[in-house]
Design a protein around this ligand. Structure first.
Ligand code: ZN
Ligand code: ZN
Length: 346
């Protein structure tokens, strides 16, 4: 079969490799019908995730058709259409029992990281009963691909960790796919304002069309002043960091109202300057996290009822065979006006 493999920092290749086989009774083999590229894949390619080794198939998002199941898999059978979670969970370990699937002792984020992932014609899914979802009838596959990772991440690590409440003023720093997912799911909780901050006017325009009430281009370095002015000098109730840079974290820590919550979602590669001397007296909360995807069932229902339309984040589509071209487009997102790309093989 064909697969997109990591070849060391800066290098990837679309190669032939053996089709995966059942290794444990709890495994399933899934034929990929739709997948996508994540910002995390770009981090891996730039060498930021050293646990990923030469020859690893990338990708941790997708929808597909079950091809084969191990003898211990009871909820799925060949032919079933499934949504793959980016998080693998055994359902039995201490962390799974607490609902922290991200930290499953025999799973967590392993797809396209520690085991071969979804940017291929077939993928092996360990602990299939706990790590896949049946696709409801009549639901758009492309929308579902957004539920493998970005929507649960925006909701769990941004909106829920940030405890967004009715009437809140929310700022989201970073209007990439994760920031947009936080924007879409924050609206479940009716905040009064959602202020979107980014360097790219095209992304800010998209954010306004998806429900942001204000958009601030931060390329002049004045985002903090502008947000303070917009909020009458008070600051925001929730600042969602969805970029992963010291500068964007800094904006978040400087715009919090007393009692504010800073929900960090961004993947940080460098230390940040935590200004605790300003923050300690302001009753603020700072949260971090890796998605557990335990909100996937509720997101599935929200997509089915059209309360949530994550397909609006899709800007480009390519046949799976054209994945190298899709990477070129996704890695030049500003120039290409790209948000999420869909790779299809059906
Ligand atoms: Zn991802
Ligand atoms: Zn577990």
């Amino acid at each position: 079969m064909k697969a997109l493999v990591y070849r060391g920092p800066g290098k990837k290749e679309w190669v032939d490799k053996p089709k995966p086989t059942i290794e444990k009774p709890t495994d399933a083999i899934v034929r990929i019908t739709k997948t996508t590229i994540c910002g995390t894949d770009l981090h891996i390619l730039s060498g930021d995730v050293p646990a990923v080794t030469d020859g690893r198939t990338l990708g941790h998002e997708g929808v597909g058709i079950v091809e084969e199941v191990g003898t211990a898999v009871s909820s799925f059978k060949p032919g079933d259409k499934v949504l793959l979670s980016c998080i693998t969970s055994c359902g039995r370990c201490e962390y799974c029992k607490k609902g922290m699937y991200a930290h499953c002792e025999d799973g967590g984020w392993i797809l396209g990281h520690l085991i071969d992932g979804t940017q291929a014609e077939y993928v092996r899914i360990p602990h299939a009963d706990n790590s896949m979802y049946h696709v409801p009838e009549g639901i758009d596959d492309e929308a579902l691909v957004m539920l493998s990772d970005i929507l649960p991440t925006g909701l769990e690590i941004g909106v829920l960790n940030g405890r967004v409440q009715p009437g809140d003023v929310v700022a989201i720093i970073g209007a990439g796919p994760i920031g947009m997912s936080a924007l879409l799911t924050a609206q479940f909780y009716s905040p009064a304002e959602i202020i979107m901050v980014d360097l790219d006017d095209n992304r800010l325009q998209m954010a306004l069309s998806l429900g942001a009430t204000r958009a601030i281009n931060s390329s002049d370095g004045k985002a903090i002043e502008k947000i303070m002015e917009l909020t009458g000098g008070k600051g925001v109730d929730v600042a969602i960091e969805a970029a992963g840079f010291p500068a964007t974290f800094h904006i978040c820590q400087r715009i919090l109202a007393p009692g504010g919550r800073l929900a960090n979602v961004g993947v940080h590669g460098k230390p940040v300057d935590l200004q605790l001397q300003e923050l300690w007296i302001r009753n603020v909360t700072i949260t971090t996290g890796l998605v557990s995807t335990n909100t996937t069932p509720l997101l599935l229902k929200a997509v089915t009822s059209k309360k949530l339309q994550p397909e609006k984040l899709i800007t480009h589509r390519f046949p799976l065979d054209d994945i190298m071209k899709a990477y070129d487009v996704f890695s030049q997102a500003a120039k290409e006006k790209a948000m999420k790309v869909i790779l299809y093989a059906d």
